[in-house]
Structures are given as C-alpha cells and as structure tokens.
Design a protein around this ligand. Structure first.
Ligand code: FMN
Length: 350
C-alpha cells in the first residue's frame, strides 16, 4: 500500500511515506518550472462524506528543486526505506507539453523507482487531452524517445482520470503496447459530483477524492484489467479507506494500491489497520498472499506475483516487505526494467 501523489509534491520529506508505514510513496506532481498553483482557498473538506475537493492547480517548486533535493538525499547517503515514484506534470502555460513530460522523465529517471506521468489532473486546463488520440500518440512517442536515451530507463506508469471512457481506455491500452508503459495508476480525482453529496462544500470546483470516487475508480480498474487481459500492472487508487476497499481493488486487478484522502481523516494508524485487515481477508478467502488475489474476480488470470515485479524489482520487494502490504511472491522476473533487475541481481525474461 502506497501514499498517493499530492501529499509531498516537492520532495520535502522523501522518507515520509515509509515513516507513516506505507510500502511505497509517490512524490509530486512536479512541474518543469516552479509555479504557485491556484489562489487559496483551494482545498475543501466534505466532512459528511469523508471526501475532499481540491483545485491545487499543480503548485510546485519545480523540477530542479525536487531533483536536487532527491540528489542531496542520496549524496548524504540517507536511505529511503521504501521505493519512491516521482509523478511528473507540465506547467499551466507549457508551449510543448509532450517535450516537457519527456524532459521531466529524463531529469528524475535516475532518482525514482518509477515515474508516473500525470495526464489526469482536472485542475490544469487541457491536461486530460493527453490521454487520447493524436496527443496521446505524440506523448507516448516522446516518452519512448526519452527512455531510449536512458540506461536504465525507469518504469513509466500513466496516471489516468476516472472520466476516461471504455473506448478511450481500449485505445490507450492499444497505443501503450508498443512503448514502454510499465503500468497504469487508476485513478486521479473526479470532476463528477455523484448524487447524494450533502456537505456544504460539494459545489466547489476541482477534483473530488475519497469514498464518493471509489465506485468509479474501481470500475475503471476492472475495465482496464479486462481490456488488457490482466497483462498490465495496475495501481488502484481512489477512495480506499479500509481493508475491504483495498481488497476489492486487489481482487479487481490492482497489484498495488494507494491512498491519500483517508489519511487526512483517519491519520497514519489507518495504514496498519488496513494491512492487518487485508491479511485477515486474504486468509478468509484461502489466499496465501496478495499476489494470489490480484485479479481474482476475473478468471482465468495470470499470476499476480508477476505484476509488481513487472513494474520493477524494488516495487515487488515493497509488496513483499510486509510494510504497507502483505506477503507477495519473490520477484523472479522483470519484463519492464531488465537492466534494473539485472543490477539488482534478479533474473530477467528474454
Ligand atoms: C490535496 C490533493 C492533492 C493532490 N495532488 C495530486 C498531484 O499533484 N498529482 C496527482 O497525480 N494526484 C494528486 N492527487 C490525487 C491523488 O493522488 C489520488 O489519485 C486521489 O486523491 C484519489 O485517491 P484518494 O481518494 O485516496 O485521495 C491529489 C489529491 C488531493 C486530495
């Protein structure tokens, strides 16, 4: 279980996720140049629903500051106790977003266990257009080009919006087949306002997160698994606030899960509560590990054990570590990052 993007946008505390008990963290979103984001107030609690609406608008210290913080962390030899992804975005006034994503990827590649490409924030006008059509193809080509120049290239995951429809998701999975996309993060916040919201702030503009997002985030995850025949690693996020909701995401096809909003309401004790509860739910259904339950709602299914390993050996170790997750199979293969796997002494597929 990981800490989702947005909590530590500027890498102020790279070991924060581990200290809170998570098995992995995701820093960012970081934009190429610093920008202030939207004027405050820009974050609202919907207390009755235990939800949030945010329109932060990519407030970011910028790529250089974040990269230097991570470099300094390494130079000082300070160990980060869990794998860290870096989530990259583009400035609001970017003239060439595809080029900027590629530049961001190149800058953080050596500093991150994976790179999440955020094409789904609802608070940067036009950003979600990069999930589809020609824009998506141009973006994937730019990312592939950047990866070709890196040795090793980091695993690249795309973070998508819950509003993506089945046809666009199918097209994206098709397009992502020929380029090194290691997995999908499903999903970001929603611009929809599901019926039944009662909190006074429900009409604020921005992205809604927390339990009201959960049904749609689960649906998109299930759909992505089905469309990809369970071949692409998926990270489930959106409204996870209990062992039951984490388990449902795993059974629907998530190899790893993340949360953010529930942490704001429940505090860090929730992490241990969920992982202990997950262990009980797995045992009750006769699963020996999380890996065995990945995609269990869909049969037949490939072994879930291969999925976290397919993102990277470090992610598989995070899943196996027992902090923020239950027991996962020992990683033996890495389809995505063979160079990294080799350097970590892990056998790779041809
Ligand atoms: C205040 C706040 C800021 C966020 N910032 C980012 C961000 O910078 N990049 C990103 O990809 N997602 C961001 N998110 C989305 C979360 O990473 C997550 O996808 C979403 O909130 C759904 O998960 P949750 O219901 O567990 O919060 C943010 C969410 C919140 C509440």
């Amino acid at each position: 279980m990981g800490l989702a993007a947005g909590f530590d946008k500027d890498a102020r505390c790279p070991d924060g996720a581990a200290s809170l008990g998570f098995g992995f963290g995701e820093l960012g979103t970081v934009t190429p140049r610093p920008q202030p984001g939207n004027p405050q107030p820009r974050l609202f609690r919907l207390r009755r629903e235990r939800a949030l609406i945010n329109r932060m608008g990519f407030n970011s210290a910028g790529l250089e500051v974040v990269a230097r913080r991570l470099e300094r962390w390494r130079v000082e030899g300070r160990a980060v106790a869990c794998p860290l992804g870096v989530n990259i975005g583009v400035n609001r006034d970017s003239a060439e977003p595809a080029r900027d994503y590629a530049a961001g990827l190149a800058r953080v590649a050596a500093l991150a266990d994976y790179v999440a490409v955020n094409v789904s924030s609802p608070n940067t006008p036009g950003l979600r257009a990069w999930q589809e059509g020609d824009a998506l193809r141009r973006l994937l080509a730019a990312l592939a080009d950047a990866c070709a120049r890196l040795d090793p290239a980091p695993p690249v995951l795309l973070k998508l919006a819950p509003e993506i429809d089945d046809a666009a998701l199918a097209a994206l999975l098709d397009a992502a087949r020929d380029v090194p996309v290691a997995g999908l993060i499903l999903t970001n916040t929603t611009t929809a306002r599901p019926p039944g919201l009662v909190s006074p702030r429900r009409g604020e503009a921005g992205g809604l997160s927390g339990p009201p997002l959960a049904p749609r985030a689960l649906e998109v995850l299930r759909c992505a698994w089905a469309l990809s025949d369970g071949r692409l690693p998926l990270i489930g996020v959106g409204g996870i606030d209990s062992a039951e909701s984490a388990y449902a995401r795993i059974r629907a096809g998530a190899s790893l899960v993340q949360l953010y909003t529930a942490l704001a309401y429940r505090g860090p004790g929730l992490v241990a509560e969920i992982t202990r509860g997950l262990a009980r739910l797995l045992a009750a259904d006769g699963f020996a590990s999380v890996a065995d339950a990945v995609g269990a709602d869909h049969r037949p299914r490939p072994s879930g054990a291969q999925h976290a390993a397919a993102i990277s050996p470090a992610m598989a170790r995070a899943a196996a570590s027992g902090s923020g997750a239950c027991v996962m199979g020992r990683p033996t293969t890495s389809a995505v990052a063979p160079a990294r796997a080799a350097s970590a002494g892990v056998a790779t597929r041809a």
